[in-house]
Design a protein around this ligand. Structure first.
Ligand code: QAP
Ligand code: CO
Length: 196
């Protein structure tokens, strides 16, 4: 197992479309194990392969004990506690070559992204969706998801097509979020050059 580097905005690798997995070999299983370790280390609930620089249509989720309708906000004490308890019970879900079969309804959720650390914004998504996908062995599966799982699946599937959640914001909101992100990046850069 290994920790991988998480690709962050504005890295152009996040904009490239990922391609279908055709060989369900050991290298795929190793990649998924490394992605799971990387996601857990970064305290994420979802990760697409493109976020570790691999352009294959693979995404993983680990909602742990978070209920489907549960919200988490970084910095919020209650959310942090729930996130910490989720850590104790990991429930890894792997989706390879996912395709939306049908979707219904609309919902809004305050999203974040390991590739855009530190910023969050409300994004419109479908409320429920039925997905076909393949598991780690290449076996075809289907799932109907709603709540947080449905949001996370749509967020991660966007990554497979080079789309980041900030692309889905209105122009004013997008500007505000990207400005905040730039500020955070500059601050992180400064701190790197002159450590406290
Ligand atoms: C995508 O996001 C998602 O900014 C997964 O500092 C988002 O795991 C699915 C994270 C919302 C469903 C709803 C973000 C961690 C994690 C940050 C994540 C940060 C630390 C984001
Ligand atoms: Co993301």
């Amino acid at each position: 197992m290994a920790l991988l580097e998480i690709v962050k905005l504005p890295d152009p690798r996040l904009r490239k479309k990922s391609v279908d997995v055709t060989e369900f070999d050991l290298s795929i299983k190793t990649l998924i194990a490394d992605m799971a370790e990387t996601m857990a280390d970064a305290r994420g609930i979802g990760l697409a392969a493109v976020q570790v620089g691999v352009h294959k249509r693979i995404l993983i989720l680990d909602l742990g004990d978070l209920k489907e309708d549960e919200h988490f906000i970084e910095g919020d004490e209650e959310s942090e506690k729930r996130l910490a308890s989720k850590r104790k019970s990991s429930k890894l879900e792997v989706y390879i070559n996912p395709k939306i079969v049908s979707s219904e309804g609309e919902t809004e959720y305050e999203e974040g992204c390991l590739s855009v650390p530190g910023v969050y914004a409300k994004v419109c998504r479908k409320e429920t969706l039925t997905l076909s996908f393949q598991d780690v062995n290449g076996k075809h599966q289907q799932i109907t998801a709603s709540g947080l799982r449905a949001i996370a699946l749509q967020h991660e599937m966007d990554h497979l097509d080079g789309i980041v959640f900030t692309d889905r914001l209105g122009s004013v909101q997008k500007m505000m979020v990207l400005k905040k992100y730039e500020k955070l990046r500059k601050k992180a850069e400064e701190e790197e050059f002159e450590p406290a």
